[in-house]
Design a protein. Sequence first.
Length: 183
Amino acid sequence: MSVVSTNTLHPVHSEAPDTEPDVDVLCEERLSDLTSRLRLRGLRVTSERLAVLRVLLESGIHPCAEEIWSRVQQYQPSMSLGTVYSTLALLAEMGEALEIQTFGGKCYDGRRPTPHPHLVCVKCHEVCDLNMDVPVAQGPLRAMLEKRGYEYVESCVRVLGLCPRCREQERLVRAEEVIHERH
Ligand SMILES: [Zn+2]
Ligand SMILES: [Zn+2]
């Protein structure tokens, strides 16, 4: 694969949505899109492949393979976890799903399959979209790459934080510890 063509791999879904998409409309469009793209590549349009993308579009979060597998049972009760993994790899390779590295695992974004910044909780590992532009490709980073003879392709911004729920839990634990210390 040539470096220059990377951005042109996913020309269809490049805009970040400002509002929540209408899931039914989104599903219909993306499933028919996947169908024609599979055919174009000479790959079979299987109900398993369509079901995995449907689950990704319906879930609205960043599910891991196991979560996708449990949700996909309603459409494909006999689908194995192995087939879910290979289907996710294919969808990621086709630019239909974005693969996000978490702690010791991966999760997937089917609604926004082009690279975008994520916020990951260091405690519960929940992943959500950051919904802001992080212009890493400009300024000092680009200059540094050029200095080292690299051409910029893309970057995956992953910001680590502690989510409100985990913060509250930690606060309660600390409060409990204080009570114990006093007694
Ligand atoms: Zn958390
Ligand atoms: Zn995302």
